[in-house]
Design a protein around this ligand. Structure first.
Ligand SMILES: [Zn+2]
Length: 300
């Protein structure tokens, strides 16, 4: 049995994992106050979450083969070098955890974790050349070529969300302007839709998806159009660079399976002169492990 920890921009999920199954899990949402000291909040949340999970399942920490962390940011030598959505840089999260736990520990970029889980157990299982795009608070991902995960030596790489699609455009948490994720992340969509509707920005993903289905509110349709245009452009760029057999869309976007937004996106990708090899679009699917992919992949 392993413990997978999925650290998000606004929450941490901790699960007891056996292969592709999450036996039990719990989630801690960071309150606005707690976000002021993210390092302490993250450490305390992980520790209390693990304790609670073990207690509830009557398991001792010795029974845990591995503790794996999926983190939304760039990792180098086990250190979180930059995590814009957590407002953290140069944070060594592993060292304090190593002092608490004797178990083997690992840390990896969350997009890579989710991609590994999809490759091992989910939507990418049958394919060799795959692009996985995690669309949530930010946009991340990973690429497999010939069945192998591409992993650069220097940093995590594959910062899909930070390719600039609009030079001089919206300000990004990374410091650049006009990044893919400032237009096409679920966070960006949610921000624009809630602004337009003048409702609290803390709406649930389900509320957002239902709202998008109605979309006859003035302005919402236009925001969806901007979101889809940027999402299409970013995905088309990745298809042109990697020529995958399949593109799997994960993160909260995985829940858009069956939603007309996904069909609209695919239609847009099929429009002439959208990809270099127009008319021969790879398979476009949503991640079958949904948002659990990060947690499951954290311990692969
Ligand atoms: Zn950026």
């Amino acid at each position: 049995m392993k413990i997978g920890i999925d650290l998000g921009g606004s929450h941490v999920g901790i699960g007891l994992i056996e292969k592709e199954k999450i036996l039990d899990s719990q989630e801690k949402i960071f309150a606005r106050e707690e976000r002021k000291d993210m390092k302490t909040t993250i450490l305390q949340s992980i520790q209390s979450g693990i304790e609670e999970l073990l207690k509830r399942n009557r398991i001792t920490i010795e029974a845990i083969e591995l503790i794996g962390l999926a983190v939304p940011g760039t990792i180098s030598q086990g250190v979180i070098v930059k995590a814009g959505n957590l407002n953290l840089s140069h944070f060594d999260l592993l060292s304090p955890l190593k002092q608490i736990y004797q178990n083997p520990l690992q840390i990896r970029n969350d997009g890579k974790c989710a991609a590994l889980a999809e490759k091992e157990y989910g939507s990418l299982k049958q394919y060799d050349d795959c692009v996985f795009i995690n669309i949530g608070t930010g946009i991340g991902g990973a690429v497999f070529m010939g069945g192998k995960l591409l992993e650069p030596k220097r940093y995590s790489g594959f910062e899909f969300g930070h390719m600039v699609l609009n030079k001089g455009g919206r300000h990004c948490t990374c410091g650049k302007q006009g990044c893919f994720e400032t237009y096409a992340s679920i966070k960006a969509l949610k921000m624009k839709v809630t602004e337009t509707l003048d409702v609290d920005s803390d709406i649930s993903g389900q509320f957002l998806r239902e709202e998008l289905l109605i979309k006859d509110e003035p302005g919402v349709k236009e925001e969806i159009e901007v979101f889809l245009e940027y999402l299409k452009t970013g995905i088309a760029n990745l298809i042109d660079i990697f020529e995958p057999e399949i593109v799997s869309l994960g993160g909260s976007f995985a829940y858009y399976e069956g939603n007309p937004i996904l069909e609209q996106l695919i239609q847009k990708l099929q429009e002439p002169n959208t990809t270099f090899n127009s008319g021969d679009l790879p398979k476009i699917v949503t991640a079958s492990l949904k948002n659990d992919a990060g947690m499951i992949g954290a311990v692969i």
